[in-house]
Design a binder for this molecule. Sequence first.
Ligand SMILES: [Ca+2]
Length: 341
Amino acid sequence: MTNARGQGAQISASGAPAKIIIDTDIGDDIDDAFAVALALRSPEVQILGITTTFGDTGERAKLVDRFLGESGRTDIPVAVGVATPPKGVFTQRVYAESGRFARNSHPSAIDFIFDQINRYPGEITLVCIGPLFNVGAAIEKDPATFRKLKRVVMMGGSIKRGYGDPYAAPTPPEPEWNIVNDIPGAQKLFTAGVPIYMMPLDSTQLKMDETKREFLFRQATPLTEALSALYFEWGQQTPTLFDPMTIAFIDEAELCPVQAMHIVVDEKGYTRAERGAPNAQVCLRSDPEAFFRFYLSHFGAPVGQKSAAEGDRAGQTAMIVSGAFRNDFAFLVQVTGTKFW
Ligand SMILES: [Ca+2]
């Protein structure tokens, strides 16, 4: 197994945050919003832009406009991918259509991605948390420029286990949503020659239970309130945070240790590990409690103050945390029996 330490933790390796573009199908399931939120709270990354993919990409861009606006980040560009026939259920449509923070126009996702690659060749991590239509189109248009990405970090695929309760016996691998909805796009990616870091179903079925949700939403910051609004419009109870593992991995690679594999996407959308030269670094196991400790520690401190995670990483003993944050963490420790620091 190859330990990815140093490959993900960009800020400690180079002193500069990792430049990322997030390609998302935000608006159907809720985990994309939780992924964007973590990125917004991560000093390890610089979000160059957010591009939308799959289905009603224009509507998704409106959702991102508002989410960024409510969070005070109207500086982040939002680009719209090519629309495809709708397939999922756009659960967060009312939020998207409110008109709040709506931008007059959005650049094309493909043009935006290439503009950024040309500006920062070899530096950009493309974070793929939706079906791979933009990726496939970009590779089709200009594979040489696409290879100037530093890497792709993606949620997708199913190597040894399929969907299912993470506490039950593993179910057999199956075609995963992001792959099966654009199999040709996935096949192009895995043969494109760009470094791929893959977080499949095996390591991303991270159930956010009530205690964790309550802690997050009680922070009542503009960002957590935006998340809360989307969560309640989504209308289900327990989110599975598939997508946020990509951002967590970029922040702190130890959270999802990877190993080199040769992945082939077959015609049905299975991602099969076969013999051959490695074309992906794949994370097959993660520790959900470690993930949620990491995730939640990013949301407790008011903007401008250091969260516990930041303080830990800086080796600081005197953490700058608000009294409310300290009390909330004490509450969480009490109810979960988990030691946070
Ligand atoms: Ca997604």
